[in-house]
Design a binder for this molecule. Structure first.
Ligand SMILES: Cc1cc2nc3c(=O)[nH]c(=O)nc-3n(C[C@H](O)[C@H](O)[C@H](O)COP(=O)(O)OP(=O)(O)OC[C@H]3O[C@@H](n4cnc5c(N)ncnc54)[C@H](O)[C@@H]3O)c2cc1C
Length: 412
């Protein structure tokens, strides 16, 4: 393979990946006037086309990723909750200043009632009647643009929610350079100090000189790059916030076209949120049932960091007794809520078990220090990999806050 050597300017920070971690970090560094080049494996696409770039991380577990500018944020539900803020203090990571900054930047708020549909309301009312703690999910969605189509997970057709792509656009406006279709394979170091990044673009290997590198290629992508760069212990642990969707028949609820996951129940060991799954209909032996007749709830739990990323990048996950118990508690509670909401209890069923948010592969305290720096000087990791525990909740806001904190640190 031909190798090109590239050096841009006297000083260069390279950000790898453009999802929750990389997008915000590139923006923050660029608006501070620092020289930033962003390397992204996927293409730059319109949000509405993002669903074409889904990929499965692994053959063994049902765990999705997406490879394009914006990473998994582009298909997210824009759910934004603080997670692990207290636990991270034990690792010397204080996000108390970063959270309000990122919440304001991406516009986190509970949706206006005009965007709370009939199914979500049925979920919230039933859960409150059962004495559960309920709230409208904090989101980063602009109601004046949102057309309430229920298609967040495909990529928003009208660009009405926060994505990492917005952050990349702002970074570019502030002077950052974006290189797409650039698959990073390795960070090169000399005497344990970063010197360059190796990537492949259009079949040609490029080596770009770098003074600082921030790896934000997601829990699996960052693991593979770290290992190739000499940090072999990466990916020896992993969590993925397991989830199932539980649902059944409720005639003409039309929940499938509502804003999804707009309500939330926080249990001790699980969170529940109304979420349409077309797989539920297959459980109901009645040909007349349509997607508009299904009410379903996502049950999501924290899991133990048991499992690993294998040599091929496949995820091997071990379910502990806690993982299974938490999921069972959540599923039973979801069943009670569905019944209370009027769902025909003889039709209630579940989807298969899936992973929602992989992370914990380069945890703070083991692979990175509290400033997110690795044992290789000037090589940082800032994405879901660094979370030392499973949040069991949507992690984007926490990753954004970590990025803001790191950007402030790197400025000084
Ligand atoms: C359908 C769906 C809905 C979700 N909804 C929510 C939600 O509402 N709220 C929430 O908090 N979380 C949600 N999540 C989870 C959340 O999106 C992820 O946890 C989060 O985006 C992880 O951030 P990250 O920076 O670690 O990785 P990502 O956002 O996945 O970004 C990684 C980036 O690195 C790039 N990359 C990978 N390998 C390389 C390489 N070798 N070279 C260069 N670039 C590379 C990828 O293309 C991508 O752009 C959802 C996830 C999915 C799949």
């Amino acid at each position: 393979m031909i190798t090109n050597y590239i050096k841009i300017g006297d000083y260069m920070i390279i950000v790898i990946g453009t999802g929750a971690g990389g997008g915000l970090l590139a923006r923050e560094l660029a608006i501070k006037g620092l020289p930033v080049t962003i390397l992204e494996k996927g293409p730059y696409v319109e949000s509405k086309d993002a669903f074409n770039y889904y990929d499965n991380y692994s053959e063994d577990v049902d765990l999705l990723t997406i490879t394009c500018v914006g990473g998994a944020t582009i298909v997210s539900m824009a759910n934004m909750v603080r997670a692990l803020d207290k636990e991270l203090l034990d690792y010397d990571v204080d996000l108390s200043e970063a959270y309000p900054y990122v919440e304001k930047l991406v516009g986190v708020h509970q949706l206006d009632d005009s965007h709370i549909g009939k199914g979500t309301k049925a979920f919230l009312d039933a859960a409150s009647e059962l004495g559960l703690e309920t709230l409208k999910m904090p989101k980063a969605i602009r109601e004046n643009e949102c057309v309430q189509c229920g298609k967040c997970a495909f990529g928003c057709p009208v660009d009405a929610k926060f994505t990492g792509k917005d952050m990349v656009d702002e970074a570019i406006r502030a002077g950052a350079k974006l290189i797409t279709h650039a698959e990073v394979t390795e960070v090169i170091s000399e005497n344990k100090k970063v010197s360059a990044v190796k990537y492949v673009k259009n079949g040609i290997e490029e080596i770009m000189a770098a003074d600082k590198v921030i790896l934000a290629a997601g829990a699996i992508g960052s693991t593979l790059i770290l290992r190739k760069s000499g940090i072999e212990d990466a990916g020896e642990e992993i969590f993925f916030d397991p989830f199932v969707s539980v649902g059944g028949y409720l005639k003409d609820i039309q929940f499938n076209t509502e804003v999804q996951m707009a309500g939330l129940v926080i249990g001790k060991n699980f969170v529940l949120s109304p979420h349409f799954s077309s797989f539920i209909r297959a459980n109901i032996p009645n040909d007349n049932v349509t997607d508009g007749d299904i009410l379903s709830i996502m049950v999501k739990t924290p899991d133990d960091c048991k499992g690993r990323v294998d040599e091929n990048g496949d995820v091997v996950k071990i379910n502990t007794i806690h993982d299974i118990r938490y999921l069972a508690e959540g599923v039973a509670t979801a069943g009670f809520i569905l019944e209370k909401a009027g769902v025909d209890s003889t039709t209630i069923g579940s989807t298969v078990y899936r992973g929602a948010h992989p992370g914990g592969t380069a945890p703070i305290g083991k692979i990175v220090d509290s400033n997110l720096e690795t044992e290789i000087s000037n090589l940082y990791v800032c994405d879901a990999s660094v979370l030392p525990l499973s949040p069991g909740k949507p992690p984007i806001l926490t990753i954004l806050a970590l990025s803001k904190r790191l950007a402030d640190y790197l400025e000084n």
